[in-house]
Design a protein around this ligand. Sequence first.
Ligand code: CDP
Length: 237
Amino acid sequence: MVSRIRIALDGPAGSGKSTVAKGVAQKLNYIYIDTGAMYRAVTLKALENHIPVDDPEKLTRMVQDTEIDLSYERKGDQSVLHVFLDGRDVSEAIRGLEVTANVSPVAAVAGVRQALVAMQRKMAEKGGVVMDGRDIGTVVLPQAELKVFLTASVAERGRRRWLELREKNIEVDLAEIIEQIEKRDYYDSHREVDPLRRAEDAVLVDTTDMTKEEVIDYIVKLALERGARIETGCSDT
Ligand code: CDP
């Protein structure tokens, strides 16, 4: 049994994937790969270059000439993710409302997905990874040793996203956030290429009434059952 397993974490917007993935990676001393950040970086580039988000050919050409790197900075016992787009740190810029509003159509383009999925598979080659997204268990890492599908009620997911934005001093209307999440869920689940769906062998976890610590501990327990060992010593997270 391999000890540096691959953990695929999928689910809709605001289900807690990134917080949980980060926490699980930290406990296991694994690398966390945020694939949503990669789709966001491509979307930012399109917006900056005035490439229409409904032009698949232009977006596909653009992505073929794009470099995305994820790197991790140790801050105390935390590791902070930095996203680089063609060498520039865009970690903050990709979380903006305009990127969020445009990312789903960009992520629906087959050529964009093909390029990013290839990069993601390469990043996971050595194992010891927690990767989160929409199609990780179904398309990117169908052989992952552990697959989890996180959900939560739409009201709870909206509330979490709203709190997150408020912490960053961004004032937004809760009803508007819920509407945007519903729209993104619909788009992500109904696109033709690699839609958001639960892999048959994914463990379903409804996080509506769970704290993030409870979810993290549960997934770490599942990972240990599937052969993961808590790594000590250095890693590149
Ligand atoms: O964190 P949040 O739920 O807001 O979304 P994200 O993980 O940052 O992903 C942003 C968008 O990228 C999603 O709404 C999807 O449209 C797209 N995405 C995707 O299509 N496939 C992935 N593996 C990850 C994200």
